[in-house]
Structures are given as structure tokens and as C-alpha cells.
Design a binder for this molecule. Sequence first.
Ligand code: BQF
Length: 302
Amino acid sequence: MTAKIIDGIAVAASIRAECRDRIAQIVAKGGTPPGLAVILVGSDPASQVYVRNKMRACAEVGIRSYRFDYPADVDQQTVIDGIEELNADPKVHGILVQLPLPPSFDIARILRTISADKDVDGFHLYNVGGLVVGGTVFPPCTPYGVLKLLQHEKIPLEGKNVVVVGASNIVGKPMALMLMHHEATVSICHAKTKDLAQFTILADILVVAAGKPNLILPQMVRTGAVVIDVGINRTADGKLVGDVDFEGVAKKASYITPVPGGVGPMTVSMLLVNTIASCERWQRHELFDLTNYRPRLEIAQP
Ligand code: BQF
């Protein structure tokens, strides 16, 4: 068997085309176009690339983006004050703080400052809770993108054995919840899992987000499985690779995502989708509360 390579670049572009149409409709109704604020602390080279990707994608679809750069040694309170200003800014429908933050930062404190209804990364506890119970929230962009890829390829989830490798708050855990809502049978493996292969070999769909090159070898994959590689690792010679032995596993799987060009571009497109959804939601609120909108949800205050 030779796997079909899922073209994340093409699917992400088709989602951006839908984004352009939705924004045209917002503007045609006289609404404010969507706005996204991106906060970057320090000068991590990978973060610089990711922020640039997001700003470029915003420009392409017609989202106004606002970038805020702080030096790595900025006082945390300065960033919090900046977020609070953006919470109250009616031009801004989405706020994201690029992760990772410098080690001196209290990430939980920063993330809970972002108003739940502008939290387009989906990291606020309200959105996490909404995801658990299956409500309307901002789904975290990377697992949301994986789901869209699977749906685009018409890969059914109901009753399938899905194994998620990696249990992070940003990818693994929300991924597992979303798959559960689609009635998949989900197993979550992580760094302490004994004999990873005994789980992965059972997977109809294998989602890998562990951050280890060549973690998944062909003998760990069932013939005909769907393999989604969320890993992004830089090799010694500067190449980007995922967590899956792509060449080997592609001979055994039915579908596989490449790195780069698989899940990564989808992550960026789903950020646009969340920002537009937020703008549409705000437009509805604005009908009766135009200037003094205050978030009604206050969760996990200190
Ligand atoms: C591609 C991210 C780890 C930690 C923080 C396209 C992106 C990446 C790859 C991108 C990521 C990963 C982002 C490709 C945003 C995805 O062609 O394969 C786009 O820009 N991403 C991020 O903002 O923070 C991260 C991964």
C-alpha cells in the first residue's frame, strides 16, 4: 500500500478562500471587518516565523492584524495591561499571545487575562470547559485543523480506533476531546506510556504530536491506517521533520500528512476561522450593545 499524501497547503488555501467570502459578507452588511491582535514577547526565531505566517494569512483574507512586540525582559504587568486594552478595543475580535513565553512569565496568568470571547487560540479555561462538554467555543487551532483535514478527505471517525500520541493542553488533550465528540474510540499515549507500539498498532487513525523525530516507525502502524503528523522538529542540518518516519510509514498507511505542508498550514487557517467566527458573534452583540460591550464571563479570577 502507498499512502495518499494529504495536501495541507491546498486544504488550508481553500479554507482561506471561504474566509474571504465570509468577510465580504460581514463588510457588505456594514459590519467592522475582523481584527486580530498578535502579541510576541522576545525574539525566538521559530515564533517570529509563526507570527509572520499568521500576519500574512490575515492580510490575504482581509483580517486587520495588529502586532505587538515586547522585549524578552518586559515586565509581565506591561503585557497584562496591553491585553486589557485589547479586551476593550472594538476593532479587535481575536487576541493571541504567541507561545512559548520567556520562562519568567506566568503563562496561566497571561492566558486568563485574555477575554474568553476574544480567545481565538481557545486556551482560556471557559473555552477549555466548553470543549469538554461539547459547547460552542473557539476550538484550539491545531486539533481543529486536524479535524478539518480528516473531514476534507472524507475519513469517517464514528466507531474508529483513534490513538493520539502526546497529551499536551495545546494539541493532544483537545484533539482527544474533539475526536470523542465525533464518536471515535480514543486512546491517549504520552511520554510515560509503556510499549507505545501496542497502542499505535491498533489505530485506524493515528495522530502524533510528541515532538520526537522518527518516534513512529512502520512496524508500529497498522496497514491502511491514517497517519496525521503534528510534530515539527528541526534536524541538525536545518530540515523540518515530523514525528513519523515519513518514507517508511507512507508505504504502509492509506493516508499520511507531510511535514512541512501538512497540519502546520491548517493551524494558521483555523486561526483565521476562529477570528471571523468571533467577529460574526460580536456583530450580533453589537446590534443591542454597541459601545460598552463587556465580557459576561469571568472565570478563574485569582
Ligand atoms: C508547514 C507552533 C509549536 C509551538 C508553537 C506552516 C506553520 C508551521 C508549519 C505555523 C506552530 C506550528 C505555530 C507549516 C503556527 C504551526 O508548512 O508545515 C505553518 O505557522 N504554525 C505557532 O504559532 O506556534 C507554535 C508549533
